[in-house]
Design a protein around this ligand. Structure first.
Ligand SMILES: [Zn+2]
Ligand SMILES: [Zn+2]
Length: 324
């Protein structure tokens, strides 16, 4: 590899030597040109782990430490930021989405968005962001041990949601159309029931819950039809959380919604406390992040292999680029 240009960290920034980059659905959609928040040209890469190698002025962090990046840069002054919800800042800039990201050797990042974490390998640090999205959705749902949670969609986000739902002590079902994903999910994580969405999901849920239905449904499919179905699959008094974003209108029957007194929640990005929760769950073994990484490559090989990984038959759950 040719030696790369090293940018100079400005005041308040650190220079990271990038060591691992997680690949996610956002990158795949951006590569295909169909992610609604992208403009081009853009360097991708928002799931980032690296080594702190230089500091800008007024930054007091130890050089040489491993860290991951919280890629959501908030404005700090808008209504959401003032209400401690920087994850849905009105002016949010996500590194690797709205500005150039970390698919490069060196990246300057605000020191406030660097989290030093010791004792975890770079590949696991790189996927903390993906898991934090799931952790945030579960926190939004207020799941507890008395809940039955159905996670719809067994992609990387859904698998994160399912694991954090298990951490709360809830009973957890995972549903998907992809049998391979469901097998993976059953084999790797301690999920109570898997449900094949090609079958009659509603009667299956009825059977599994003695006719009461799940008290929480968390959608991670990005599929409008699936999202619309969830309104009729929920327990009375239950909560629906939409994590995945889809470029479509979602409609529902008001009587179905009303008779249940449904709580409907959106879930966007994650906050620092979600990131901290993820790290502690990985460290104490409650969440298995290593199992999620099914495919790896080097920086040099990435451009050759990426078009293959985009295909559903590749079986990619979570892929990571590793840099030495
Ligand atoms: Zn991502
Ligand atoms: Zn803001």
């Amino acid at each position: 590899m040719e030696s790369a240009v090293k940018p100079n960290p400005k005041e308040g920034e650190v220079l990271l030597k990038i060591r691992a980059i997680g690949i996610c659905g956002t990158d795949i959609h951006a590569f295909g040109g169909n992610q609604p928040f992208f403009s081009y040209p853009r360097v991708l890469g928002h799931e980032l782990a690296g080594e702190i190698i230089e500091l800008g002025e007024n930054v007091d962090l130890p050089i040489g430490k491993s860290a991951f990046v919280i890629p959501y840069l908030e404005c700090g002054v808008c209504v959401a930021c003032r209400n401690s919800k920087p994850n849905c800042c009105t002016n949010i800039e996500v590194i690797g989405v709205h500005r150039d990201g970390g698919m490069c050797e060196y990246l300057c990042v605000p020191a406030s968005h660097i989290v030093i974490t010791e004792g975890l390998p770079f590949d696991q640090l790189a996927i903390v962001e993906c898991l934090a999205i799931g952790a945030h959705a579960v926190r939004r749902s207020r799941a507890s041990s008395s809940d039955t949670v159905m996670v719809l969609g067994a992609g990387p986000i859904g698998l994160g949601v399912a694991q954090f739902a298990k951490v709360t002590g809830a009973k957890v079902f995972v549903a998907d159309v992809n049998e391979e994903r469901l097998d993976f999910c059953q084999k790797e994580f301690n999920i109570d029931e898997i449900i094949d969405c090609k079958t009659d999901v509603k009667s299956k849920l009825e059977e599994l819950t003695n006719g009461e239905f799940p008290t929480i449904i968390i959608d991670a499919t990005g599929n409008p039809k699936a999202m619309e179905s969830t309104f009729g699959w929920l327990a009375h008094g239950g909560t629906l959380v939409f994590v995945s974003v889809v470029k479509a209108d979602i409609s529902f029957s008001d009587p179905e919604f009303h008779k249940r007194e449904t709580t409907l929640l959106g879930s966007r990005n994650a906050t620092k406390e979600d990131f901290e929760h993820v790290v502690s769950c990985i460290q104490n073994g409650k969440v298995k992040s290593a199992n999620m990484v099914t495919h790896r490559t080097t920086f040099d090989q990435f451009t050759t292999i990426f078009p293959e990984w985009v295909k559903p038959e590749s079986g990619v759950v979570k892929a990571v680029i590793e840099l030495t």
